[in-house]
Design a protein around this ligand. Sequence first.
Ligand SMILES: Cc1cc2nc3c(=O)[nH]c(=O)nc-3n(C[C@H](O)[C@H](O)[C@H](O)COP(=O)(O)OP(=O)(O)OC[C@H]3O[C@@H](n4cnc5c(N)ncnc54)[C@H](O)[C@@H]3O)c2cc1C
Length: 434
Amino acid sequence: MDLLIVGGGSCGAVLAARLSADPTRRVLLVESGPGAAIPERLDTLPIGPGSYRTTMYDAQLSDTVTTTLVRGRGVGGSGAVNGGYFMRGAPTDFADWGSGLWTYEQVLPFYRRLEHDHDFGGPGHGGTGPMPIRRVPRERWHPLSEAFAQAALDAGLPWEADKNGGLTAGGIGPVPLNMDELGHRIDTATCYLEGRPNLEVRTNTTIRRLVIRAGAVAGVETADGAVINADKIILCAGGIGSALIMLRSNLTAGQTFSDHPEVAVPYVPSQPAARGHPLLEATLNLGEDLELRPYTASFGDAVPGNPPMPPHVGVALMSPRSRGQVTVDADGGVHIKHGYLQDPADKAIAAHGVALAQELIRTSGIGTPLEPVLGTSQHLSGSCAMGNVVDERLKSLEVDSLWIADTSVFPRIPSRGPHATAVMLAERAAELIG
Ligand SMILES: Cc1cc2nc3c(=O)[nH]c(=O)nc-3n(C[C@H](O)[C@H](O)[C@H](O)COP(=O)(O)OP(=O)(O)OC[C@H]3O[C@@H](n4cnc5c(N)ncnc54)[C@H](O)[C@@H]3O)c2cc1C
């Protein structure tokens, strides 16, 4: 095999499509879960107990708070089960991304290449890429989104019409969504992958570790003990999966990662909420530090199998200073510690965000705020960071014939949700590795 891609998620599906466009190259995409999902509406997150499209991990968010992390499993990966929010990183996010290949000017053409933005054109947007981007127009918003937005505007916060427009000041405005015209989530497997004679997609196959000979990776070993040989190997197993494969191969990974803490501010609703809208239609972004998420449904309703729970506004720290660690013990046990809110600056920003969310819940009339609860945005990134584990061309710093191209290589988590930046990274990686 010329090229083996491990993990068919948000990034792996893009790389498999782009790198198999050369008909002389034989590409094998190996994915531990099932094949691509049938697109579902964005009012539902298919991540509840018993979902066959997820892998769960226990994690310690802080000294006192534990949680269950969810990762997408199957072709399409986390992008096939996520909220559909598709926001580019801010230009300043790329200051830490190496000296030359990943400046904002360098990555902008790849953000444009991946998308077909149905709302905005011009030189900053793409009109012919595979990923459809749409926003719900304000006149069609859920009453909750509208009331929250109006309260933010009344409080003097700015309107932000185009959250992919390259500005960092933020404001309240519609969320760009990877969504078709009927409101279905469109993941990278759906919009990039097509059948080709030189591309094999092997599902239900989990890779345990790399096979390393004389300082180069010669293949991979599956969970059943079978070996698959290949000339080049690209890990796209995600922020947790790629780190675990590296650690099980006695290579460096997992020493530091970042994620967006999300404090839920639940409330007693003043009236029952209608369903059928994307879970998140609008966000309030405050510079690069905070994002307030007025969800249109409670996670008890939006996640099949969840128990009833009150609706909430999410308060996410978008440039957290605290860092986490992924480790594997001698018995193969996985340990994930986020270290959330350890940094005093993170604590202060979270407290400010919670106070603002409580005020907007009251002034918008959507309900009466309850006690906040620490949680996570499920955006774990940077466990195999550029500079520590791979170079800026995404090649391993320790062994030959190995690249990593997924959210695990982010040097720092972007100040907006990671999905758009993941797909951009995969587009750029296809050029650098190909
Ligand atoms: C519930 C949820 C909601 C989210 N909502 C949003 C959102 O609305 N907006 C946003 O910007 N971001 C969101 N995110 C984050 C975003 O979806 C991810 O950051 C992004 O999809 C990660 O892409 P990836 O390619 O790095 O990994 P993934 O898409 O997770 O792909 C990794 C793939 O590798 C496979 N794999 C793992 N280990 C192995 C192995 N050992 N062998 C073979 N295959 C393996 C997995 O099954 C998976 O298919 C959300 C994440 C989750 C979990």
